[in-house]
Write a protein that binds this ligand. Sequence first.
Ligand code: SF4
Length: 325
Amino acid sequence: MAVPLLEVRNLKKYFSRDTGLIDRLLTKDAAPVKAVDGISFTVDAGEIVGLVGESGCGKSTTGETLLLLHKPTAGEIFFRGENILKYSKKELRKLRRHMQMIFQDPYSSLNPRMKVRNIIAEPLKTHGLTSSAEIQERVESLLVRVGLDPTHQDRYPHEFSGGQRQRIGVARALAVEPSFVVADEPVSALDVSVQAQLINLLLDLQQEFHLSMLFISHDISVVKQISNRVLVMYLGNIVEQGPVREVLTNPLHPYTQALLSAVPRPNPHVKTERIILTGDVPSPIRPPAGCKFHPRCPYRKPECETIVPVEKEESQGHRVACHLY
Ligand code: SF4
């Protein structure tokens, strides 16, 4: 069997809380924030995997931890079959070229004092990839490839629209020809029409560069447009995963069903019942025992309050963690 490009095993990222001495003495509560709480999944070469869930469920922390912007609390990350958590500093420097990020906010992720030419050239220089003439040629070809005018390379980010700025972010991420990209809510700050253009661009580039991507979004309808497979995340855990068509037409987990029921239908005559979740998302500091979703689940059973559901495969590649199965 082919080795996946990326394999994550039981990854955890807990953040300690700086509660201060007085707080700690008074409350004796220094429990960490369990942002990512033991997740496992794979991304194959050339595959786009969507990661979906409500805001605050640990999606961005997952992406950032994969790129080692945070040190994992536990677990393993394999890239091309090698455990990158065992890499030396030198090996990590080489690895960074192959794993890049497209950020959510095209306003704050680009340095406002740098010209576009330098923003795109920076990663090329950092990784010592090409000479000055080659860098110039590469910047121009990248601008053309993401649909921008190369004669605008001496402009600053504020001279572009939001959609254009996100295209600059894409060009910067692809400059070093990575094989894996984490795209963290790359279209959520854009108008709907601009979102569609950017998704089409990402799909084209994915084909052209044979990219693998973890596409993070709170919007399951956006994930549907771009992903081959989808991971549904709730409070630091993956509760359901599988081929996108299979999960979206046959959602098994009550949380996935609720997310899907909130998506507006293109045909207003087709009525679907909206599942309204009661209660707030619990705190990741003291998540509920058993199934973390049980306080909001309309189908909860007594064992849901005490026993953590284990992931089971219901059909090929379609896995769910729920006591109903
Ligand atoms: Fe609901 Fe129980 Fe399934 Fe959790 S394990 S989603 S509480 S039925």
